[in-house]
Design a binder for this molecule. Structure first.
Ligand code: 9YT
Length: 129
């Protein structure tokens, strides 16, 4: 059994700074759960292009406000507390935060630790003023 708190992750290598986001990784592959679980902040005013070629991801918003646009053809969905989106088809997307969003993210297969950007198919795009 594993019991930990967000404080156990803050300030460690598992608090990963991605530029437009900060990912606090609570469960990783070595936990043996079959998925990883992150408490991720998406910074206000950012737009990030993401394409997880090798993972499926479910995301549940608990704070903030933003939207997800599938690319190239949409649609665009609003994100607010209580919104879940699940990328079960490796969809390319743009993630935007109008207010800092706090997202609970799960990945299958699980991330192993400190992946950012290319290693997990994430590419930062323009930052919106
Ligand atoms: C929602 C999303 O994919 N944000 C990028 C960061 C990533 N989820 C992570 O590593 O927590």
């Amino acid at each position: 059994m594993i019991v930990k708190t967000l404080d156990d992750v803050l300030g460690t290598e598992h608090e990963v700074e991605g530029g437009n986001w900060t990912s606090r990784r609570l469960l990783l592959r070595n936990a043996g759960m079959g998925f990883s679980l992150h408490d991720t902040l998406i910074h206000a005013g950012t737009e990030t292009f993401i394409w997880y070629k090798n993972h499926v991801e479910a995301v549940y918003c608990i704070e903030g406000e933003g939207e997800i646009e599938l690319v190239p053809d949409g649609p665009t969905y609003p994100i607010r507390p209580g919104t879940l989106y699940a990328l079960n088809g490796n969809e390319k997307h743009l993630l935007r935060a109008s207010k800092e969003m706090r997202l609970i993210c799960t990945f299958n297969p699980p991330l192993t630790g400190t992946e950012a950007h290319d290693a997990e198919g994430t590419y930062p795009a323009a930052t919106v003023e």
